[in-house]
Design a protein. Structure first.
Length: 431
């Protein structure tokens, strides 16, 4: 049975009240494992999603030796290893340290940096953000105060195309057509332009500004947006800190342009594949590492970009065919990039359903709603994407609730008592 209703629109984020956390941030990392029904979970931060092939092999080794053998991508381009034994933490940390994946134990949970994954590969960005990424990560790991940042605080380095800038980062650095960098702090429209050479230092200064406000206000918050009206003071604090740091700037508004993540297929001098539900089998990961000349770039859209500079077209075509033969997605027309899901049962005790199985069964109907679908086993909706989508949330009564979340549209909700009726539910919610 299906039942539909309209729901009231949520207030805009600018009207949000401040949040005050009454506990510390429990976001998992490599040194702080999270207990799940399928064993402990480690989340390994991969700034910019960039892995050398040696580091990728080390992750596969970690999953095989300590976990369930699979590697899982997050919505920030990080990697999770699941099914860990509680006592493996020290050995896991030693392995990752040896691979260069744990450069500072005090900062391992705060190295949350997303970067345009096609930067320098397809000719569409305004600059190659790799120097910004290397610089910011080094500054972050060297900054003692940065250890106070939440494991949820996010930096975005956008090469001007507008892909990672739309992921609701706390600090955004976006390349400008005049060769500069636009720095934004939080979700507002205000920004400042700095010289590109100062981009990494300006981003670190913005994070320090946030910490200044947290200390001064006494608000225990994890993200800039949680400051509520106090965000207005950040602009003045940021200007003062930039001036003190000797970073020249001028005020600008943010560019509203937005772009999607890399489509599957051959894109410029790279291969792009989507990973269904963000979960790699050992065979898929090994084939990726075997294909990559020197590095992989994990994306926040649960995909992988493999730089193939200098490769002839036939080699690119053959390599893509080998990857898709493992079950990775190289066809931009596939519905898989439009479908996501949390871990669900049996991995999560809070989940009311095996959402990954239901998402796979409903794949053919996924295009019927005109929006991406995200399946969640409970109301927490862990890992749900930003932007327009349809949330498919399992309830304790065994039914799913489908809700639209799209800018400029009145939210609607449909309940669905059987996942086999997904096509009818999507038709009802979009009619």
């Amino acid at each position: 049975m299906l039942a539909a209703m309209s729901t009231a629109a949520l207030p805009p984020s600018s009207q949000a009240t401040a949040v005050s956390r009454d506990r510390g941030d429990a976001c998992p990392g490599t040194l702080r494992l999270h207990g799940a029904d399928d064993g402990a979970l480690a989340r390994i931060r991969v700034p910019g999603g960039v892995l050398t092939t040696a580091q990728a092999e080390a992750l596969a080794d970690a999953a095989q030796r300590f976990g369930d053998g699979r590697l899982h991508l997050t919505s920030r381009g990080n990697v999770q290893v699941r099914g860990l034994a509680d006592e493996c933490g020290a050995e896991l940390a030693e392995l990752l340290t040896g691979a260069g994946l744990l450069p500072s134990r005090g900062h391992e949970r705060v190295r949350n940096i997303v970067a345009s994954p096609l930067s320098g590969l397809d000719g569409h960005g305004l600059c190659d953000v790799r120097p910004w990424l290397i610089g910011l990560d080094a500054l972050l790991c060297a900054n003692e105060a940065a250890r106070e940042l939440s494991g949820r605080f996010l930096f975005a380095l956008d090469d001007g195309r507008g892909d990672v800038a739309r992921l609701d980062p706390d600090v955004t650095v976006r390349a400008t057509p005049d060769g500069g960098a636009l720095l934004g702090l939080g979700p507002g429209d205000a920004a400042v332009r700095v010289a590109a050479v100062h981009a990494a230092r300006a981003a670190m200064t913005a994070a320090e500004t946030f910490l200044d406000e947290v200390r001064a206000s006494g608000n225990h918050v994890w993200r800039v947006a949680e400051l509520g009206p106090a965000q207005d003071r950040l602009t003045h604090r940021l200007h003062a800190r930039l001036t003190a740091a000797g970073i020249a700037f001028d005020e600008r508004g943010r560019d509203g342009g937005r772009a999607d993540g890399p489509p599957p297929g051959i894109v410029g001098a790279a291969l792009s594949v989507h990973v269904p539900l963000g979960s790699f089998s050992p065979h898929q990961w090994r084939e990726l590492v075997r294909t990559a000349p020197d590095e992989l770039r994990l994306t926040p859209w649960r995909g992988v970009v493999v730089p193939m500079r200098g490769a002839i077209p036939d080699r690119l075509t053959d390599a893509l065919a080998r990857l898709t033969a493992t079950g990775l997605v190289g066809d931009p027309a596939s519905p898989w990039p439009r479908v996501g899901a949390c871990i669900g049962r049996p991995g999560c005790a809070k989940s009311h359903a095996d959402v990954r199985l239901d998402a796979a069964r409903g794949l053919e109907a996924a295009d019927g709603g005109g929006l991406p679908l995200y399946w969640s086993g409970c109301e927490r909706r862990c890992g749900h994407p930003r932007g327009d989508r349809i949330d498919v949330v399992a309830g304790p009564d065994g039914r799913y609730r489908l809700s639209t979340a799209a800018a400029g549209r009145e939210p609607r909700t449909v309940t669905m008592d059987d996942p086999s009726r997904l096509a009818a539910a999507l038709a009802a919610i979009t009619s």
